[in-house]
Write a protein that binds this ligand. Sequence first.
Ligand code: ZN
Length: 464
Amino acid sequence: MTGEIRRWHAELAWLGAGQVQAGVLIEAAGPVLRTVTPGVAPGALPPGTQRLAGLTLPGLANAHSHAFHRALRGVTEQGQGTFWTWRERMYQVAGRLTPDSYLALARAVYAEMALAGVTCVGEFHYLHHGPGGVPYADPNEMGRALLAAAAQAGLRITLLDTCYLSGGLASDGRVEPLAPVQRRFSDRTAERWAERVAALGCDEHGVLAPHARAGAAIHSVRAVPPDQMHPVVAWSHGFGAPLHAHLSEQPAENEASVAAYGLTPAQVLDGAGALGPRSTVVHATHLTRQDIELLGGSRSCACLCPSTEAFLADGIGPAAALAAAGCPLSLGSDSHAVVDLLMEARLVELGERLHSGERGHFGAAALAAAACGAGHACLGWPEAGEVVPGAVADLVTVRLDTPRLAGAATASAASALASVIFAGTAADVSGVVIGGRDVVRDGQHLLVPDVPAALSAAIRPLLS
Ligand SMILES: [Zn+2]
């Protein structure tokens, strides 16, 4: 790989596995890391080396995003309500979006993610069509808006193009018709879904552009009947692409699935061939022991979204049991009630503590690995998420001299990663390099100069 040679000297760096190292000289050629050398004294640096103060991490992957949900931050916190009443409000926003307004919103949301250290987003995309379900002139216009938004914000993206066909499953197992706004989500059949996705134009490896790859998603057993899952699964196999699905976020989904099919949602996905090492189940909150064994045995990844699961009162998923059964864990900010992968990481451990009454299920390195390597792998970027030669040149630097992290983190390399994972926030991220290119410097986004203004301008019209 050729390209501009760049060099950084990280005061401290966690390289994606093992211990934090001091004085790490990192060299990239264009978008790829070439050498990584710990223990280099500042006096021995080549000219032009950029100093990175604080703890440098590999890029963070936000493995589950619905960009438009960001518009609802803070406005759904009045009164009580349930997951299902929140969903009604979410549908109101979905009903108003156009390709232009979605581009503006997603660009601002992805810029917020970059400021939080996210280098790659998995966009679980189901808002495909115009009002009433009428396709746009280009039936992938909404998906292309998301790809453009990621490029403009400097992130890599996996567009998890989502099959969404039915309105839900009633508690008695009846398949419900699409509500009016849900018609925008539906291609009507999985074959038509596959035809539309073919028109996205990825190569045989699912590559859409240097910054973008394609993946597939089954929205959930609520939205895709089992006899319609095969074309989606077959598409993902054909391209070696990721396959994602929401799974058992709410007890009501499990009850309806058992009523409809005599099977839990995990069993339905297994029966459709939708589990495996390229598959990711999102939430996986309400599982039977048998479900956990099925997911672990298939080596499916479990993408946990603990802040969203808390905001929506979903429950605390069995993260430790899933990991013990063999599931890699990744992290997503899902509804974007908060965009902070460091917080998502610690909430996995804190949820286990609250649930079990015991500490010490996941250490800082295991939680960081979920945010970095496992997150990228489940989005089909296995060459990202570690700081090693040959990997994608992503570097996320967290300052350790902020009000939140001053103290132990600055005193010891041994405690720096634990301090960042258990006390750091998105606001402590000072620098982000994505594919060898500076995207955030000194806490400022270099491509979207005023991220708050961009968010406000995009969201206000959607709520008025
Ligand atoms: Zn979701």
